[in-house]
Design a protein around this ligand. Sequence first.
Ligand code: PLP
Length: 380
Amino acid sequence: MANSNSALLDDLSRRGYSRRAFGRISALLGAGAALPFYNEAALAQMSFSGNVPADAVMINANENPLGPCTEALEAMSGILRRGGRYLFGESIQMGELLAEQEGLKAEYVQPYAGSSDPLHRSVLAFASPSRSYVTADPGYEAGERAARSVGAKVVSVPLTATHAHDVREMVKRAPDAGLFFICNPNNPTGTLTPRQDIEWLVANKPAGSVVLIDEAYIHFTDVARCTDMVAAGKDVIVLRTFSKIYGMAGLRAGAAIARPDLLEKLRFFGTFFLPTTAMVGARTSLAVKTLVPERRKYIQDVREETLSYLTGRGYQAVPSVSNKFMLDVKRPGREVIRALAAEKVIVGRVWPSWPNHVRVTVGTKDEMARFKAAFAKVTA
Ligand code: PLP
């Protein structure tokens, strides 16, 4: 372990980090300190100032209003009595089941407390002052904030006309890339990047770079996942989270799926005990075969019904396959966000490159009925 740490430190120093800077980051992470890293919850919270009334509709952070499934709730309450123990076996079992379902050996899956943690570790491991972080615009901001905080250049490439990642432009604009971030389906647009484009990127990226494929929202679609690229030994890390379709955002479970040598580079930043409740909830949820198709259909139905209502009122959204959509509100999005908040409906943020769009998360039928009523009022 000491040897592999020193090899990693050598590698980091070649990429422009001073050992001192790196030591500091790694010590802070080890101590659980608040680095300038933000996940969706933090970004959603920061974009909204003011007190949120308890009865407000919260459709601003891409959460799942359905929460954990019944089976997970029962399993988690059952394990509470054993909460005095470090039950390491629970995260191992969760990882093993996930690996089995993805058709991978167990050593290709590393559980984490959510996917933000491995996302940030990937930035630290593969982007650096001499290796760019390459992402889409509009895209999920967490990684680019982390990249900036460690002095890496951020190359942000507009989505294509069909709202896919423009992989050819991403490669062209970043010959020094260290990490490509592909969010599929994308946050905030809820749009897909075709499989052949991701394959092209993996085949044509600069030597030594890694493709981070964030599949936080993949379960809302029936497209093929990219874990087979991991099995094929590619330079790819796939992220999974239990925060979205599984409804466990506050409980914290996720995983990084990659070749063992890539996972080892993420483990370098420390190994921490993972919450037993979340690991038990995640494993139980994975075993519930009806969960994904049922929830996918529910969200899809509510989303399409909301979008057709909005279209009927003359408002267009980017066609989404996910649990959120980008709505063109035809005026500065921030104004509409404020007006909706006054009606106790909290929607998501605005991306600087799309100032007239707001991101709306798909809630329950009742929540979206309140959203529609509030939207009709503020746009009357
Ligand atoms: N990746 C994307 C694209 C997200 O939108 C989110 C949360 O919204 C995450 C990762 C991280 O989620 P968590 O850390 O809760 O797993």
